[in-house]
Design a protein around this ligand. Sequence first.
Ligand code: 4AD
Ligand code: MG
Length: 458
Amino acid sequence: MKHIDVKVLFENAEKYLNQSVTVCGWVRTWRDSKSIAFIELNDGTSLKNLQLIIEKDKIDESAYKPALVVGCALQVAGTFIPSERNGYELLLQSVTVLGGCPQDYPLQKKHHTLEFLRSIPHLRPRTKYFEAVFAVRNALSFAIHKYFNKHGYKYVHTPIITGSDCEGAGEMFRVTTHNWNDKYEKEQDYYADDFFGARAALTVSGQLEGEMAAMGLGKIYTFGPTFRAEHSNTTRHAAEFWHIEPEVCFCDLQDIIGIAEDFIKSIIKDVVATCPDEISYFNERVEKGLIEKLNKVTECEFGKITYTEAVEVLKKSGKQFKYPVEWGADLQTEHEKYLTEEYFKKPVFVTDYPADIKSFYMKQNPDGKTVAATDLLVPGIGEIIGCSEREADLEKLTAAMRKRNMPLDGYTEYIDTRKYGSVPHSGFGLGFERMLMYVTGVQNIRDTLLFPRTVGSL
Ligand code: 4AD
Ligand code: MG
């Protein structure tokens, strides 16, 4: 269909001024008087609507009348002219209704609650809020690829179906084509008859395969969906989320912290520069002060504190926490929020967590109690990055796996990387939706995904 994107029209207004153009889109609102009608048209390419003017005596009523319906899809031709109120508008010569829209169209009002919009995920991309979310989502993904590409990382695609549990939390969705039936006495026999001849699941992380790739390619990153069967019904947990996981050889914990900080700042700067309309919209409508926050983040030095020091800070805070603060216990959201929002008032890396609350692959510190791991906490969200130097020593790694009762024979290839030319290496995982929440101010992870998958909701 010959037509022009509204975004192209606005960005090249001088070129198209007083020209006749064809545009397509959906009617967001309309109003009319006796002789004239105004339609706000949106085609999804620009947050800004294009105002259409219909001079009723110039167009046959049977063409313009069906167009005066919220939600209906139009193809229109007209002259692109300057307008005092809107900058530019389109004075129509012809209207074609591509798709009519009956009165039960749910998006009749200008503003709907986010809860309501969550009940119609198939229609919410037609609202300004979600147009802005998905524009920034797109720009943020692109910014991430640009960053790694510029710095010489190879983008690798790790498997989605896997037999290993990277995080060891037992939060994996099973993949099977095989109904359980009681002819099997042992679980192993049942799995042996399944599609892969073994127990299979959706990956929680591409890290283990990423490490194997990095051990030959030097620097890699993954960017793909990962899956967690966590029963956490919160605003920050999704059962299916997108995960960015760089892995870097010849790199220790301090090096990877430096990379993570530079990466976060760079992608924020990129999105602020490429999505000015969307970021201004979020600044006005979603999080007051968003632009100032983002600018500060790109300029400040992120905080750093060890887990042990953080426990002291929390104990001395005088705050009444719901969960007690004890050395050895994992930090809860309330503790993370206090550290990043009240104590540091900026992003902070908490380092050197107790080994017992972290994963098997993390480098064991000389103290015998902690590991060279860090979480990056940010105000408003909490953890957005989980990061560590990896245990490169074969004996120490296998000892940590045995301690956790892991089946070593299921991880032969991973263990081989420590046997054959092992090197110091580090990596991290950034939750893409949490990062998107941080740059937009969106409060609920369900509003960052096209079709969110969360516990109890498919
Ligand atoms: O801290 P996590 O579990 O770390 C890993 O998976 C490591 N293998 C990463 C690595 O070193 N390569 O997860 C990393 C990040 C978290 O910090 C969080 O931002 C995000 O993934 N995340 C989730 N995001 C949305 N919903 C969930 N259920 C998430 N679980 C983790
Ligand atoms: Mg984590």
